[in-house]
Ligand binder design. Structure first.
Ligand SMILES: Nc1nc2c(ncn2[C@@H]2O[C@H](COP(=O)(O)OP(=O)(O)O)[C@@H](O)[C@H]2O)c(=O)[nH]1
Ligand SMILES: [Mg+2]
Length: 415
């Protein structure tokens, strides 16, 4: 049994449509008037019918009919007109740039009566739905392979808007549609929860494991300029030295001696935390610095930021990795959540001449959409270890949390 929704300007017209398409043997599940007819615009009725899966569909022109693009389009354009006329003088924006809070702004024209107030609420709700439907329909219009049941349109549109790679999304959608228990499909909340769990399973997390002596951990932080490498190192140094259940000895090495002020930046943090710091210019100094700091449990290495296209600088980091050290040097690629998926991929590809072990994502406070992070993790199968969500040292850092990332994919608070 499958539910199909039909809309038309009148109830009779909706019924005629249903009969023309499905014949007489249909069960009407519900019918309602969505919009009253006015002098200037037609009304809108919605009729939901239950159809046996094997009911022959009399008139089927394309795969997309399952989704009833025409129907939703009709609804969309009607709703769009309504919203335009009600919200009238307000500056016109694309629907994607609407923010939840803006819907609640009082209209400068005082409402005449409760009816208008009620209508406005309805329109606001419609605008919200519209935003997601619009994205979903746009996608549908551009592809034939994916038959997206209407109940999936919200998670599809949210994920799409989150910066996820569309190919990943299509694949995941196909699997979701294929494997989700039938019962669950009619309930949007259940679909969302199912999808959340599915995405969560796909995020590789590198759990934080406290080092126990005599083990030691050497961590090098690489990545583009300005992503937050130095800030993250300061936060992690404080975490390992003062915030974990056991206090650890932490040493810092900086290879970032090119930029004026870069050394001072880290020196200041190290001084405040009373942690040893070594400054290194070439690989032979590096070996020595590691030796000087060898009594520490953690050694954190800051590097000069490089554009992903500056192969020479990235290669130079490789020469540091080749020195003799008492423990393996663990390479962490630091990336900003604000960077779009295509650029993250480009950065990763260029930095992957280094043996990247883990990702650290910063600036999660500067965006609410994390689909780009998800897709990079899915492509590379590399785990994520820490998340930074602000400039405050040491507080704005947490261990990686898959739920947090997924909420940034399925949340309605779009930027
Ligand atoms: N909003 C925000 N800013 C951050 C975050 N991490 C670092 N920053 C800021 O980004 C700027 C560059 O940071 P820095 O650590 O010097 O970057 P680096 O060049 O990679 O070492 C500084 O102003 C930091 O305060 C973060 O998680 N959120
Ligand atoms: Mg730096």
């Amino acid at each position: 049994m499958k539910l199909k929704t039909y809309t038309a300007p009148t109830y009779t017209e909706a019924l005629n449509k249903i009969k023309a398409e499905l014949g007489d043997d249909v069960v009407i599940v519900s019918s309602k008037e969505i919009k009253k007819k006015t002098l200037t615009s037609p009304g809108l009725y919605e009729v939901v019918v239950a159809v046996e899966e094997e009911t022959p569909v009399k008139k089927k022109t394309s795969k997309k009919d399952d989704f009833d693009v025409d129907e939703v389009m009709l609804r969309l354009s009607t709703a769009a007109k309504e919203i335009d006329s009600t919200i009238g003088n307000r500056e016109k924006k694309s629907f994607n740039s609407y923010k939840e809070s803006e819907y609640k702004k009082p209209n400068p024209l005082k409402p005449q009566n409760d009816e208008i107030e009620e209508l406005k609420k309805e329109f606001n709700k419609l605008a919200d739905t519209l935003k997601f439907l619009q994205a979903a329909i746009w996608e549908m219009a551009h592809k034939d392979e994916l038959e997206l049941p209407p109940e999936f349109s919200e998670i599809y549109a949210l994920s799409r808007a989150s910066g996820m790679n569309p190919k990943h999304l299509d694949e995941i959608m196909k699997l979701t549609i294929k494997y989700m228990p039938l019962k669950m499909r009619k309930n949007r909340d259940a679909i969302k929860r199912y999808f959340h769990t599915l995405l969560k399973k796909m995020i590789p997390i590198r759990m934080e494991r406290e080092i126990k002596p005599p083990h030691k951990k050497i961590m090098m932080f690489v990545g583009p300029t300005g992503v937050g490498k130095t800030t993250t190192i300061a936060k992690l140094a404080a975490r390992y030295a003062y915030k974990l259940p056991h206090r650890h000895k932490v040493g810092i090495i900086t290879l970032d001696t090119y930029r004026i002020g870069a050394v001072e930046q880290l020196m200041t943090y190290a001084k405040m935390m009373k942690l040893p710091i070594e400054t290194v210019v070439d690989p032979s100094d590096f070996e020595e610095a590691l030796n000087v700091l060898r009594h520490n449990d953690y050694i954190l290495i800051d590097t000069v930021g490089s554009s992903q296209h500056d192969k020479e600088k990235i290669e130079k980091l490789n020469s540091f990795l080749k020195v003799d050290s008492f423990a393996e040097i663990n390479v962490n690629l630091v990336l900003s959540a604000v960077t779009k998926y295509e650029d993250l991929t480009d950065i990763y590809n260029n930095f992957s001449i280094l043996p990247i072990d883990t990702f650290v994502f910063t600036k999660l406070d500067e965006t609410r959409t994390y689909g780009n992070i998800f897709s990079l993790l899915l492509d590379t199968k590399k785990p994520i270890s820490y998340l930074s969500m602000g400039q405050e040292v040491p507080d704005d850092l947490t261990v990686a949390d898959a739920d947090y990332i997924i909420r940034g994919i399925l949340s309605k608070e779009l930027n």
